[in-house]
Design a protein around this ligand. Structure first.
Ligand code: DSN
Length: 416
């Protein structure tokens, strides 16, 4: 270890240690978080942090990039390999700092300013960068929104097709932050084709599941796929953009889609890539290629299903009646508790969740009717269906009886 690390400012060291203890002593059910390996952390804290490399491999604006090129190319190769994509048909950009700039880069590259994009409303499970009006994506582009069916709380493809026909967007987004069901990417392709729109799949939440074969792959249907690298994929915070070189829409628009996306990322939006982040992503991609990751991905879904079934048997209403993925939304308001209060009560006992709107919520986003819970982090810790049943019971006891469960939560954490 180098001296300046061991001598790290004691104030910072203390806060970091406190955070480590917090992570160890709590049950993390936030579906967009995970626990990365020491190897990922080590690459993230490597000397690649010290290097500037504006540009792309072989075409940089700085000297000294022999190894930067090597690491970025390796990361790209692994990304394509993990998702079983050929270099001939797909390109991947691994430089986006995170998911929000990745999505922004796609719009910047493919949709002229002021033209229309179409995504799922934020309060139905979409993301801020899918065109919400407080996001730059909703300010620089015109936006059409679709929702979920009010009865089934699932995507209604006929309705989405109808909205697309009426609105004629240039790009349609599928892939969400709070939608637990399988998305029919084939139907989205047909809808996008019917109006000549690009299909962007934002698979940030489900990337690890897709990699591990536990969720359908969008690659057969999408023009562009964005993903963060730190959720189910279990890498450092960051993002990637996969570009379909055979996109018919790009061809019809006479656009070099790879060039447009790469130029939108750099120099359009970003300066130098975070090479330490790219090195850590390459490590995570390597880990996701191991047979153990397939088991991990499938266990995430089994755990979410077990959690959902047990909560329902304890009387809780789960949005859409269950889950096909890593997350579920509980309608806590149906039991007379609001989402904010529920998340505070759970946190006091060491269970970390986030408050979330439910479809057609009558309550405001800062105090919505639901909580969103997911299983990527607890599955990384090695928990299985048995522990999910236990966690469902703890959630129920805390929320319905205000029972103090700190000791039981600590005991569970100690075991995993
Ligand atoms: N904020 C992330 C999530 O929690 O789903 C998405 O960016």
């Amino acid at each position: 270890m180098v001296p300046w690390v061991s001598n790290m400012d004691s104030i910072i060291k203390k806060i970091i240690n406190e955070e480590v203890l917090r992570q160890q002593n709590t049950i993390n059910l936030i579906p967009s978080e995970n626990i990365v390996s020491e190897d990922v952390l080590s690459a993230l804290g490597s000397r690649f942090n010290n290097k500037y490399a504006e540009g792309y491999p072989g075409a940089r604006y700085y000297g000294g990039n022999e190894y930067s090129d090597k690491i970025e190319k390796l990361c790209r190769d692994r990304a394509l390999k993990l998702f079983r994509l050929s270099n001939k048909n797909w390109h991947v950009n691994v430089q986006p700092y995170s998911g929000s700039p990745a999505n922004l880069a796609v719009y910047l590259g493919l949709v002229p300013k002021g033209k229309k994009i179409m995504g799922l409303s934020l309060n139905m499970g979409g993301h801020l960068t899918h065109g919400h009006n407080v996001s730059a994506t909703g300010k620089f582009w015109s936006v059409a929104r679709y929702g979920v069916d009010s009865k089934t709380e699932r995507l209604d493809y006929e309705e989405i097709a109808r909205i697309a026909k009426k609105e004629s967007p240039q790009l349609i987004i599928a892939g969400y932050t709070a939608y637990s069901r399988i998305i029919d990417f084939k139907k989205f392709r047909a809808i996008a084709d019917s109006v000549g729109a690009y299909l962007l799949v934002d698979m940030s939440h489900i990337a690890g599941l897709v990699a591990g074969g536990a969720y359908p792959s969008p690659f057969k249907y999408a023009d562009v796929v964005t993903t963060t690298t730190h959720k189910t994929l279990r890498g450092p915070r960051g993002a990637m953009i996969f570009v379909n070189k055979t996109s018919k829409i790009a061809k019809a628009n006479s656009i070099d889609i790879v060039r447009e996306i790469d130029r939108a990322v750099f120099p359009g939006l970003q300066g130098g890539p975070h090479l330490n982040q790219i090195a850590a992503t390459a490590v995570a991609l390597g880990e996701a290629m191991m047979p153990a990751f397939k088991k991990y991905a499938s266990q995430i879904v089994k755990n979410a299903t077990a959690l959902s079934n047990e909560l329902q048997s304890l009387g809780w209403r789960v949005v859409s009646g269950g889950t096909d993925s890593h997350l579920l939304i509980i309608d806590v308001a149906a039991q007379g508790i609001c989402g904010n209060e529920a998340s505070i009560m759970l946190e006091k006992n060491g269970i970390i969740v986030n408050k979330n709107t439910i479809p057609y919520d009558s309550r405001p986003p800062m105090d919505p009717s639901g909580i969103r819970i997911g299983t990527p982090a607890v599955t990384t810790r090695g928990m299985k269906e048995r522990e999910m049943k236990k966690i469902a019971q703890l959630i129920s006891d805390i929320l319905l009886s205000d029972k103090n469960c700190i000791r039981e939560v600590r005991e569970l954490c100690k075991k995993f």
